[in-house]
Ligand binder design. Sequence first.
Ligand SMILES: NC(=O)C1=CN([C@@H]2O[C@H](COP(=O)(O)OP(=O)(O)OC[C@H]3O[C@@H](n4cnc5c(N)ncnc54)[C@H](OP(=O)(O)O)[C@@H]3O)[C@@H](O)[C@H]2O)C=CC1
Length: 277
Amino acid sequence: MTLSPLIKLNDGHSIPQVGLGTWPLDDDQVATAVVHAMEAGYRHIDTAVKYGNEVGVGHGIQASGVERSEIFVTTKLDGQFQGRDRAVDGLEASLKRMGLKYVDLLLIHWPLPRRGEFVSTWKTFERLQAEGKARSIGVSNFKPAHLERLMSECEVVPAVNQIQLSPAITRVAEREFHAKHGIVTESYSPLGGTGADLLTAPVLAQLGEKYGKTPGQLVLRWHIQQGLVTIPKSGNPERMAENLDIFDFALDPQDLAEMAILDEGPDAGNDSDVTGH
Ligand SMILES: NC(=O)C1=CN([C@@H]2O[C@H](COP(=O)(O)OP(=O)(O)OC[C@H]3O[C@@H](n4cnc5c(N)ncnc54)[C@H](OP(=O)(O)O)[C@@H]3O)[C@@H](O)[C@H]2O)C=CC1
């Protein structure tokens, strides 16, 4: 069993660097997946209200037999819960569905910038953190301009911004912005998203022979060496274990440079069409 290293957050808590993504698994699928993931060594599960699978995540955690205190659970509140009281109700309902007393990380799933709702939502998140219902609080799909506004109007700097990021969508400027403000960058769709198309690139097959690792492992190792937290999704127990078996090798600098051929440039990604999964 492999355990992921931990990354320190700006509030003093720690997050396992690799977690299990759970979209689009349904309640039954995710309950089984969480049990397999715990057996493989995962201690970090990423879900969201929007995924409709929080009940299954809770069942999986309970069935795994792993202590609650050893597991890092993230959930996200989407647009319908933005605004002061709605966020309180949203988290309460999530906790109830999962059978938990607190989440380790609560994220605003995506910003609703026009009416500035994410600012009032964030002030509520600050209160939920002070009450211990969310140990850490963060955001997802936020651009630096959203973060600037949040930081100028609120007290707590987000612990995390979860964004679409991979060797194809590298988000260098955003990562620099996060680092400057002590915000951990967490990469979603780290393998290229559903279908993992990124993994068919010839450069990964070549490097795979050198390291004795699969394309998925090379890509996840790339995330680790960038200092990112990452949440690959798999419903398959073998691939789950494979995706955690990335801590016994390191990509040489020249091989990281070769992987840069995968980079689709600064405009790549889905930001203009943030729907959030
Ligand atoms: N905050 C946000 O707005 C968003 C957050 N997310 C989160 O990020 C997670 C991960 O992103 P996601 O979009 O699912 O995409 P990923 O990049 O994690 O890719 C998932 C796909 O890769 C396949 N796969 C997994 N491991 C391997 C492997 N080793 N080799 C080959 N194929 C593999 C999976 O299939 P199989 O299951 O069959 O193994 C699945 O088809 C989501 O599950 C969700 O939790 C995702 C999108 C938006």
